[in-house]
Design a binder for this molecule. Structure first.
Ligand code: C5P
Length: 246
């Protein structure tokens, strides 16, 4: 990835391909990349991704499909998306060691064959929508949410994954536990001037980065703004200013 002022991936959460294209056109060059997840991908498939990439071929893509299946199937799914040349992909850590190792191996092999750089492979630990009651309901009653996040992050690291997607409130502990090279990708971030929407316990971009986040995922503060480019620039400016580089 080239050097960007804002280590922000903009979440393109829509099924509407024209809307997605106009947002990407507006923000390309201001943010570090785009994040495309289940909503856009299931509606528009790989052709939809190409339609976005055609606007700005070099824009890094976080393909947030959260793979979770038996190791062979996940390895196949990883191979299947490699022609899209994602900058980063993700899997559920709860899929286990063999599944995560298979994902990492498949991405490295395919990249090698293509002579391309392999994507970062990061893990989702505990979905931030789950509280301890919801975890107990699915049989994860033995540990607190934080303990389970730490356990799955350590397992992901041991499997050779590059990092985890995590809540801003988990960043300090994960950074301390997993060390400096482990990528912490953080959604649920809100500038002070933005609506929180359905996100709870948010941090601002500068707070999340100060805590140790590497990449922020921000959607609606940019995509729902009347001027997405201006909103993205405002976030980038605030980050740069907070680092004393303005
Ligand atoms: O619009 P907003 O900034 O809330 O978008 C956040 C993005 O990050 C969405 O695409 C959402 O699915 C994703 N995400 C999240 N919380 C997680 C994992 C992913 O908000 N724990």
């Amino acid at each position: 990835m080239t050097l960007f002022s804002a280590p922000v991936f903009c979440a393109i959460d829509t099924v509407d391909i024209s809307r997605a294209r106009s947002i990407v056109t507006a923000i390309a060059g201001v943010v570090a990349g785009i994040k495309v997840g289940l909503e856009f991908f299931h509606a528009n498939g790989t052709m939809g991704i190409h339609a976005l990439r055609d606007l700005c071929i070099s824009i890094p893509l976080f393909l947030d499909l959260k793979f979770h299946d038996i190791p062979t199937t996940v390895a196949g799914a990883v191979r299947g998306v490699m022609p899209l040349q994602p900058f980063m992909i993700d899997v559920h850590a709860s899929g286990g060691r063999a599944m995560m190792e298979a994902a990492a191996a498949a991405s490295a092999e395919e990249a090698d064959k293509a002579g391309a750089q392999r994507p970062l492979v990061v893990a989702v630990t505990v979905l931030t929508s789950l509280d301890s009651y919801a975890m107990a309901e699915v049989g994860m009653a033995a540990s607190s949410v934080t303990d389970q996040v730490m356990r799955l992050a350590s397992l992901a690291q041991a499997c050779g994954l590059d990092g985890v997607v995590c809540s801003a409130h988990e960043v300090r502990r994960l950074r301390a536990g997993c060390g400096p090279g482990f990528r912490l990708v953080v959604p649920g971030v809100r500038p002070v001037w933005a609506d929180h929407n359905d996100q709870r316990r948010v941090l601002t971009p500068t707070e999340a980065l100060a805590a140790g986040a590497d990449l922020l995922v921000i959607g609606r503060p940019v995509t729902a703004a009347s001027d997405p480019a201006a909103a993205a620039r405002r976030i980038a400016r605030e980050i740069v200013e907070s680092r004393g580089c303005a």
